[in-house]
Ligand binder design. Sequence first.
Ligand code: HEM
Length: 451
Amino acid sequence: MPGVALSRWTMSYFAAALAWLVAAEALMAAGFGYPAAPFEAPETLVLVHIITIGWLSLLMCGALFQFVPVLVARPLYSDRLPLPTLACLLGGLIALLAGFLRMTTETGASGAPFAIASILLGAGFALALWNLGRTLWAARPLPLPARFVVVGLFSLAATVLLGIVFSLTLGGLATAAHAIEVTTHGLPIHVVAGLAGWLTFSAVGVSYRLLAMFMLAPELDGPGTRGAFYLGTAALAIAIPGGVAAICASGNVAVSLVAASLPGLAAAGLYGRDVVHLYRARKRRVIELNSRMAGVALAGLGATVATGIALLAAGAFVRHLGVVVFLVAFAWLSTLGLAKLYKIVAFVTWLECYGPVLGKTTTPRVQDLVVEGRAGKWFVLFSTAVWCGAGALAIDRPFIFRLSAAAMLIATLGIAVHLLRTRRLANVAPTLRIPKGVQPPHLLVCRAQHP
Ligand code: HEM
């Protein structure tokens, strides 16, 4: 990443995201929300949004503030905006959770918290979109990975707009016929736009670049990769704007979702083929922990798609929707997120500390900041626990699900301790740790770099 500045607030996003992940796992272990409560219950909505906004969206925003500039080789439009953005997102999420919890009370009066949530989440995500959008706009024509991110950002806008319509309608503040219709039938579009469009499509774009970068493999830009992009974009266009149009015209969203699934599956297949190619064509002989775990996450994505198809064929998709959402969130997105976090924290910390003195004095390697052997066992525990949890949901064993969630919690705390040690340079040999001219990093803020 030579020549690219470090994003000042990315570490704060990562810390906040991890804190929400720990909170979600603790709630699942305590038996809060699905499967103890129905999938559509307010408690489950609390859990789902702690995971999707608190953990996954904050993680993705933090990563994009750092990596969109890398994808397009230009600086981030503003390095100041991410802090107010984070404040809005955190405040908005807390208000949204308060709104869901109010729905469980006797009065059910959730209008005020939902209105605050809509304003703050709307403002926070709009600031993120503006900052990333201006950065991308200035870099046209965009390389392929960055185009995936653009589609991811459009999907984020759709997710948030639908979420705001739902919140205002549920809070009794929006009463227009179309708002009620979209709230009644539009939930699948919100879920697809959020999980498939925003989180998955953006992760795919960033992963093309990160896998190539961290495994020393050639960048992909061939017909297969373009095919994955165009088919995936077509699938999202059919599902999201197509789905909203279908609701307003006929109140039936199923047709557009089924039509979207075919190009969507083809795109997933082409992406899978590309990733196998990246692993095979890599120059780095030993596969590092982050790339091994990314492989596990990709297997998780494949298994999620297969599970979804099997459930559809058996006519049990709706009954087991919770299993599919759990698999997308944890077997795919969280496993990939934690794996890449492990490498990114080490890489960014290394650049921040030793970048300025490279070539002037002896510095440690990036890999000296981590101890993969010890960290690896927490990743194995995390993945195993996720699969046990999914199995427990599928066969309706809530107690085993809670034990699995507790194991996920322990594994996450183990990984978090490793991230903390990396940031503190605790794994670096004392003689190499702070050479002359190097300042130890702050935990949550990256020192500005001037390339
Ligand atoms: C950013 C990514 C997001 C993702 C991935 C996401 C995902 C989801 C999922 C999976 C559900 C269904 C959960 C269930 O039925 O148990 C849901 C429902 C809901 N979401 Fe989101 N969401 C996101 C953002 C938002 C935002 C920003 C808002 C509000 C401003 C919001 C408001 C809602 C509401 C009100 C519901 C309930 C709708 C109903 O029951 O009719 N969501 N979301």
